[in-house]
Write a protein that binds this ligand. Structure first.
Ligand SMILES: [Zn+2]
Length: 302
């Protein structure tokens, strides 16, 4: 015998099941999107530098080094909004290319790692101390260099990690690196025979499917120069942020190209950049991006 269900009971049951699924979903995703934002958007703070050229540990007249400034910024954010999603990034040329001193580079990279840097791009000046050397220092200092356009000619494998992923409570933020063709000028004959440099489009074509499948929010750490950064932003609309370097002119306020935000702090560590991003947790489109350059030094002091 078939029992006919009461339509009222059926719809109440359906509503109950729907509410149960909804509450389970929000309790699961709550951690990821709660960081100080009752609206449910994913918030991320990005502290960034580029082209510091061996000045990362410099003490300016104000009595603070870039590194202590960065640590102070991070502590301030954590104090105001505990549990914030913070990324600290450098877009390359953190070494003094004239001195070519591996010990100074090791000290810079260790200081950057201690200050909480998550990743750095490979600048042309880094390559001057030797690709194997900078790779060894990166490993020992525990500061990853990301570079998606340099591979071994023999094995085809990436020399550095093409990208890293930071997991902020379930939101996966991928940080992929690009280096300028100028690195070829910093390579010696052995290195030129050993390593293959790929242009941005070829390099991105090769990695895009994997990068896309593993990351919700795509960031590029670019040592390509601002003009190239704008082109990348306009061509690859799913990249949400380009932290740029190589061009010594600062971008005073974040520039939007397509749906991508492009930033650059200038040179010598005179400025430290701070960017607040609010991102839709479903489409991963940027809802807002407010950036400032904090002046911490002066060119006359160099
Ligand atoms: Zn450069």
């Amino acid at each position: 015998m078939q029992i006919k269900s009461n339509p009222l009971v059926t719809s109440l049951k359906t509503a109950f099941i729907f509410l149960f699924i909804l509450s389970a979903f929000f309790s699961f995703t709550g951690n990821a999107f709660s960081a100080g934002d009752p609206g449910g958007f994913f918030k991320m703070r990005v502290i960034h530098t580029n082209d510091t050229h061996g000045n990362i540990r410099k003490t300016w007249k104000s009595g603070r080094s870039d590194i202590s400034e960065i640590s102070a910024m991070r502590e301030e954010i954590n104090k105001k909004t505990p549990g914030s999603n913070i990324l600290i990034l450098d877009a390359g040329d953190f070494t003094d290319g004239k001195k070519r001193d591996p010990e100074a580079v090791a000290a810079d990279m260790s200081a950057m790692a201690a200050a909480g840097y998550d990743a750095a791009a490979l600048g042309n000046h880094e390559v001057k101390i030797g690709i194997e050397k900078i790779k060894e220092i990166s490993k020992n200092s525990n500061l990853p260099i990301v570079c998606a356009n340099l591979t071994s000619k023999e094995t085809g494998e990436y020399v550095f990690k093409p990208y890293i992923i930071k997991d902020f409570g379930g939101v996966k933020v991928g940080i992929l690196g690009f280096s300028t063709p100028k690195i070829l000028e910093s390579m010696n004959a052995d290195e030129l025979a050993k390593f293959n440099y790929a242009g941005i489009e070829d390099a991105y074509d090769k990695i895009i499917e994997k990068f896309k499948s593993e990351c919700d929010v795509r960031i590029v750490l670019s040592h390509m120069g601002t003009d190239e950064d704008f082109k990348i932003a306009e061509t690859h609309k799913k990249i949400k942020l380009i932290v740029g370097g190589h061009t010594p002119d600062p971008i005073d306020e974040p520039v939007f190209k397509s749906a991508c935000c492009v930033v650059n702090t200038g040179k010598y560590g005179i400025n430290v950049g701070m960017l607040d991003m609010t991102i839709d947790p479903e489409s991963f489109e940027i809802k807002s991006a407010d950036g400032v350059l904090k002046k911490v030094g002066d060119e006359s002091e160099l």
